[in-house]
Design a protein around this ligand. Structure first.
Ligand code: FAD
Length: 387
């Protein structure tokens, strides 16, 4: 068993770290996007630089012009990129337009209409699953899509949808067969945000700075040809995508954030002197550093194992729950400690810590809350436990 990253991934990690240290961390004071968008003047030049080192359309297959990276590589990249606050928290436009992996389930004709325009950056798409009465429990969704000739008629409300205000299309997860529910009764549609009956009802400003939207569907007629995957496959497709995000966005990202927060904590503790000695000499501070290093180390190993097993095609659902819970909670603690070690300075907008403090809080809500994931995990462990 080799616990080191393979050589090519070590090289990738080094390359991305250099890019982040040279190109992104130096602009953090001028560029710290609060919301989903990054100031335009920074995007283009950084995209050119990212492209030049092969960091472009990371999850898009090579046949469509992307880098076609596996999850492990994308986790390594995410870990490094999360060390900076110069790019929006939820996605990195510097690596190209965000292409929702659910779109890879398009058939050939749908790829022309939906996938390729998104890859080219001509169209934007959001992912609409959550509803006012169905967040942690998506199987309880009420949005209905009823077949009517060669169309489906969609009625319902989707809430907290990232990017809804700028999206051209929404990937809508809706119930097509209430009797089957999540087991084959939910389907995925691409819906034009300008179609009659689609209304961006309101935006929800958040403590993180982004503003997910609420979309109302009132008798929206969607051609049956705009269903992604077959009827009844929507839930499985959506869950698969959410699982990847759980490892990369909610696993590797908090690891990256915590790693820089810890670096900052150590560096500051060495230079800040109180009562005649550097903070680094005080046991209370040393314990915060040791606890953070320990927890970070464990979480990094969990992310790597989870991504590695995912890329081998193993079922990593339970491991992804563990990884997500641990990493999201760990980053909250490490950022909090780093603020504590910095004292008043830790609260200042001069430093990235307050930004992370607000952002990492959201990781314990989105893509599976720790309460629900712990519950699911325990059910699985108890069911499969052999005395
Ligand atoms: C910034 C942001 C962006 C988002 N972007 C998107 C998006 O793009 N697309 C999308 O579809 N959704 C999106 N969401 C929705 C997000 O996935 C949900 O908010 C999340 O799943 C939680 O659902 P909820 O808010 O309805 O909370 P609830 O499900 O109402 O849960 C409330 C609380 O109760 C707890 N709880 C629930 N059930 C149980 C139980 N059985 N046992 C114990 N505790 C329980 C939860 O852990 C939580 O603490 C976004 C949310 C936010 C905040």
């Amino acid at each position: 068993m080799d616990f080191n990253l393979p050589e090519e991934l070590q090289l990738l990690k080094k390359t991305v770290r250099k890019f982040v240290d040279r190109e992104l961390i130096p602009i953090e004071r001028e560029c710290r996007p609060e919301g989903e968008d990054m100031p335009e003047q920074f995007v283009k030049p950084l995209q050119e630089k990212a492209k030049a080192i092969g960091l472009w359309l990371l999850d898009v297959p090579q046949e469509y012009g992307g880098a076609g990276l596996d999850l492990m590589s994308r986790c390594v990249i995410m870990e490094e990129v999360a060390r900076t606050v110069a790019i929006p928290f939820r996605y990195a436009p510097i690596f190209g337009p965000e292409v929702r992996p659910v779109l890879f389930h398009c058939n050939e004709e749908q790829k022309q209409r939906f996938l390729f325009p998104v890859i080219r950056g001509e169209k934007r798409i959001c992912f609409a699953q959550t509803e006012p009465d169905a967040g942690s429990d998506p199987a309880g969704m009420k949005t209905r899509a009823v077949k009517d000739g060669d169309h489906y008629v969609i009625n319902g409300t989707k809430r907290f949808i990232t990017g809804a205000k700028t999206a051209d299309y929404a990937q809508v997860i809706a119930v097509t067969d209430p009797a089957k529910g999540a087991r084959g009764g939910v389907s995925c549609f691409v819906v034009d945000m300008k179609a009659p009956g689609v209304k961006l009802e309101r935006l929800w400003p958040t403590m993180m700075g982004d503003t997910p939207g609420e979309i109302y569907f009132d008798n929206v007629r969607v051609p049956a040809a705009d269903m992604i995957g077959g009827e009844g496959q929507g839930f499985a497709i959506a869950q698969k995508w959410i699982e990847e995000g759980r490892i990369r966005g909610h696993g590797a990202r908090p690891v990256g954030i915590a790693s820089r927060a810890l670096d900052m904590m150590i560096e500051y503790s060495k230079v800040r002197t109180t009562f005649g000695q550097p903070l680094a000499n005080r046991q209370a501070i040393q314990f915060m550093i040791a606890d953070s290093a320990m927890e970070l180390h464990a979480c990094r190993l969990m992310v790597y194992e989870c991504a590695w097993r995912h890329d081998r095609g193993e079922d990593i659902r339970q491991l992804s729950y563990m990884t997500k819970i641990q990493c999201a909670e760990m980053a909250s603690r490490v950022v909090d400690r780093s603020i504590q070690v910095h004292g008043g300075l830790g609260l200042m907008r001069e430093l990235p810590l307050e930004w992370w403090y607000r952002q990492v809080r959201s990781l314990r809500i989105t893509e599976g809350t720790p309460e629900v994931l712990r519950w699911r995990l325990a059910q699985h462990i108890i069911r499969n436990h052999k005395s």
